[in-house]
Design a protein around this ligand. Sequence first.
Ligand code: ATP
Ligand code: MG
Length: 426
Amino acid sequence: MAKTIQAIRGMNDCLPEISGTWQKVESVLRQVVASYGYQEIRTPIVESTDLFKRSIGEVTDIVEKEMYTFADRNGDSLTLRPEGTASCVRAGNEHGLLYNQQQRLWYMGPMFRHERPQKGRYRQFHQFGVETFGIDGPDIDLEVILLSARLWKAFGIEQHVTLQINSLGSNEARQAYRETLIEYLKARADKLDEESLRRLESNPLRVLDSKNPAVQEAIADAPSLLDHLDDASKSHFDTLCQQLTQAGINFEVNPRLVRGLDYYNRTVFEWVTDSLGAQGTVCAGGRYDGLVEQLGGKATPAVGFAMGIERLVLLLTTLTEEGQDNSAADVYVTAMGEDAQAYAVEVSEHLRNTLPSVRIMMHCGGGNFKKQLKRADKTGAKLALLLGSQEMQAREVGVKPLRDGQEQQTVAFTDLSATLASLLAE
Ligand code: ATP
Ligand code: MG
């Protein structure tokens, strides 16, 4: 036998047992963003390597060690996108969507990072994100947070996620804070781990969110970014906090929240859960007012977020029944005997005409009644239709509920759609 070929490590197949959950998630996401007037943008999966280097930052985990970068046949350096924001800004600049305009955009699709695969962390994963451009006030920060909060409600998991927010201030204020922080960290260099020491000069803010408990302990009294904000950022942040409270959104101010991408300023936030083990961040975002200009456009304020769909799907399957439903059909049509077969086709097509949102699966491949019912059960269908030559002659259909103790009944062809609709609505 030929050797089988396997998928690339950390890149998953989405199999039928879970693809139904993915589709539901995607349709809820689409519906919620539409309800806020956001429009979809689709960008290529491959971009110039420079785009990510210039936006995410040279000394971030992503650019230093996680990108899938390769030479195109003509030698250009290309990269599989590790995130969506840079591409949105690139496309916005390229097509003149940003300057002097307001945009509310969303995207969804695969991202690629060469990380160590584990639960909730993969090399190909999927993000859903929103990006807004041209609005600089806290009102739009509030809107994107409200939008994300509505998503948790729509999925029924609002009890399992909490919002953390922080402000990174202006670039100047952060630069000044950076110096203070470096000085503080240097005084404790003997207590830092190798990674933190490496970051001390290149990206000291990242030391603040080190996952190492020893480092966390050593820097417990580090100066807080929130005490070093410029006045404008401070009042932006205070207003946002007030508006969140007014809107009934619970949040926690986390002065250690810094995010792993360089382009953020002012508001940053994360939705975290303790139901997923170490990979607890489901959604993360913030303001990136400098990025459009940094990528060659005219200065344009911006704020957005991205969420990991795998983590969301994991949450749904662990926490809700919604995530468990992987049925393939609602109604399974069985037929006994050759002439009943033609009747089954007629009945099935009739139902697909009259009940287009109901999933009708018709048995194929013959076999006895028992075998057909076993198949019906396996699809997860709620109802089986039983068709034999007697039913065909009488233009009737046997309707057998599969999931509860209800009685089997015989229904006239002409009443079938209405009967099924009401049985399925129960
Ligand atoms: P983490 O701290 O978990 O590494 P991150 O800060 O690198 O996350 P972002 O770049 O902000 O993550 O991406 C936004 C969201 O995308 C994350 O909150 C997470 O839900 C998801 N995500 C990021 N990397 C992965 C991955 N390798 N596999 C699955 N989901 C991911
Ligand atoms: Mg990461």
